[in-house]
Design a protein around this ligand. Structure first.
Ligand code: BES
Ligand code: MN
Ligand code: ZN
Length: 531
């Protein structure tokens, strides 16, 4: 406790200095870094959402969620008997299964442009409602008109989750195409429910903020690295959080990180024309004494591997190697924009990993902010390096209730868990259980993997305090163990390795690219956590 107490006094001065420095003072002598594109290329196209008690007159697309044939009469009571009969016959003759996410699109029934039946499955709940909404949102993303969702007879939570799902499902990643620039805003979503005030209360502001934050996180993840690099990540975070009550933003630039001795993140960034940044976002929504939950994200805006260069096949996916940073920023954004009564800090460790005459080399030794020396085995194990300094900073400056870091850290976790689960590592069972429960609740599941003491041996070095790679063993585990060396053992800490789940091919609920994985999980965890 004593060293931390001392650091608490030392740090604010250093931060204030960092903030006072003009942008020019950090120039690394490379002109390209100064050209800055606008913060957002395309205006958001989120549909406006309202909840009403009576179904409006036909127009646009009708969304009809059903878990069984028998629900049709009640749910679609606002349709004429003839239209309802036509829907019923279509369901029967297509042998519609009512499974979660199954759809049947009907055109030419009544005065609607289309009627989209969406299966809810046999045991509907928040996850099923949200994912049914997302399937509908995705299927209807090109419908210019409004959407009317019939949620009568369902709980208020279903109405709210269907609306959240619609917002998530309509997300698009084609923002650099001409058609995106010409796109006109789509019509509103009208959710018909017998529970108008309750649904409204559940959706606004929380659900709405979540949809906005998810889109933000996916946008910055999907953005290519010529447009999204440490400085522009910071600009986009600033733009999205401007004026949000309770939020303060601090940025450590290169000189500030040099003064703090952050040799690890500086080492990773030194081969790039884009200088690294440490972005520290604070949201204070609870009373002053409440210790914050601290979220730390790996923010490699592009990972070539550096001198230990990656093969060229699929290297482009490494534009999304900042997904952890995007997720922790998105989670804070969702909490802050909805005025959640919590204290949370998000730290984004931002750098680009490039091969260059100035790059770090294998066998180099770097010194992290906490004084530990690191032998570089592979310059491609860079995520743990930027996190080492981020966690050292957290350890020295904050007294967290819990620390969770999120990173696209290892290919090994994909080998272990595929794209079904993110890897969860923690020495604190209570924290691990709370995170796993949050992931389960929102449909972003985690699978806990061990932190065996032998991983410490795997990453021991003969010339430095530790090394950044561990040979042929448990790659995800040694990466996790390494990160854990930079936060006090007394602080409840967990590491999420999202390398297998952060992005993927197009699905029924979203386009190819970033999944925004862990924004919803972290938002839920921070709200519900009992430290
Ligand atoms: N960003 C990668 C991990 C990754 C791989 C993310 C595939 C998403 C998909 C990370 O920086 C990396 O290169 N890790 C190395 C670590 C190794 C050198 C110890 C890996 O997994 O091979
Ligand atoms: Mn790498
Ligand atoms: Zn990486």
């Amino acid at each position: 406790m004593i060293p931390r107490f001392l650091f608490a006094f030392a740090a604010p001065g250093a931060l204030a200095l960092a903030l006072c420095l003009p942008a020019a003072a950090e120039a690394q002598g490379r002109g390209a870094a100064s050209a800055r594109p606008p913060a957002a290329a395309v205006p958001a196209t989120q549909r406006a959402v309202s909840f009403v008690a009576e179904a409006p007159a036909a127009g646009g697309v009708l969304v009809l969620p059903l878990s069984a044939e028998g629900e049709l009469a009640g749910r679609a009571a606002s349709l004429s008997e003839a239209d309802r009969g036509a829907v019923g016959r279509a369901l029967t003759s297509s042998k519609f299964s009512y499974e979660g996410g199954k759809t049947l699109m009907l055109r030419g029934v009544g005065a609607w442009d289309a009627i989209l039946v969406v299966g809810l499955g046999e045991t509907p709940g928040p996850k099923a409602w949200q994912s049914a909404g997302a399937v509908a949102g995705r299927a209807l993303r090109d419908e210019a008109g409004g959407l009317t969702v019939l949620a009568g007879g369902l709980p208020a939570e279903a109405a709210a989750e269907l609306a959240i799902g619609l917002g998530l499902g309509e997300y698009r990643s084609d923002f650099h195409q001409a058609k995106a620039r010409e796109r006109t805003p789509t019509g509103p979503v009208i959710v018909v429910t017998g529970q108008v005030p309750a649904a409204e209360f559940l959706f606004r502001p929380r659900g709405e903020a979540l949809v906005t934050a998810m889109a933000w996180a996916r946008d910055v993840s999907n953005e290519p690295a010529n447009k999204l690099y440490p400085e522009t990540f910071v600009e986009r975070a600033r733009a999205a959080l401007a004026g949000v009550p309770g939020v303060t933003i601090e940025v450590l630039d290169v000189p500030a990180m040099e003064r703090l001795g952050m040799g690890a993140i500086l080492g990773v960034g030194q081969g790039s024309a884009r200088p690294p940044r440490m972005l520290i976002l604070r949201y204070r929504g609870a009373g002053a004494p409440a210790a914050p939950v601290v979220l730390v994200g790996k923010g490699i805006t592009f990972d070539t591997g550096g001198i230990s260069i990656k093969p060229s096949a699929n290297m482009g996916n490494m534009k999304m190697d900042m997904s952890g940073a995007a997720s922790v920023t998105g989670a804070l954004m969702a909490l802050a924009k909805s005025g959640a009564p919590v204290n949370v800090v998000a730290v984004a460790a931002l750098a680009e990993n490039m091969p260059d005459g100035r790059s770090i080399r294998p066998a180099d030794v770097l010194t992290a902010m906490n004084g530990k020396t690191i032998e570089i085995v592979s310059t491609d194990a860079e995520g743990r390096l930027v996190l080492a300094d981020a966690l050292s900073w957290v350890d020295a400056n904050l007294q967290p209730a819990a620390v969770v870091d999120v990173a696209t850290l290892t290919g090994a976790v994909r080998g272990a868990l595929g794209d079904e689960y993110a890897g969860l590592f923690s020495r604190h069972d209570v924290l691990a259980d709370q995170l796993a429960a949050a992931g389960e609740a929102v449909g972003e599941p985690l699978w806990r993997l061990p932190l065996h003491p032998s991983y410490g041996v795997d990453i021991s070095s003969t010339i430095a305090d530790l090394k950044n790679g561990g040979g042929e063993g448990a790659g995800a585990g040694t990466g996790a163990h390494f990160i854990g060396e930079f936060i006090s053992r007394d602080t409840p800490w967990a590491h999420l390795d999202i390398a297998g789940v952060a992005y993927g091919a197009a699905t029924d609920t979203g386009p190819a690219g970033s999944a925004g994985y862990s924004v919803r999980l972290l938002e839920r965890f921070v709200r519900d956590v009992q430290p």
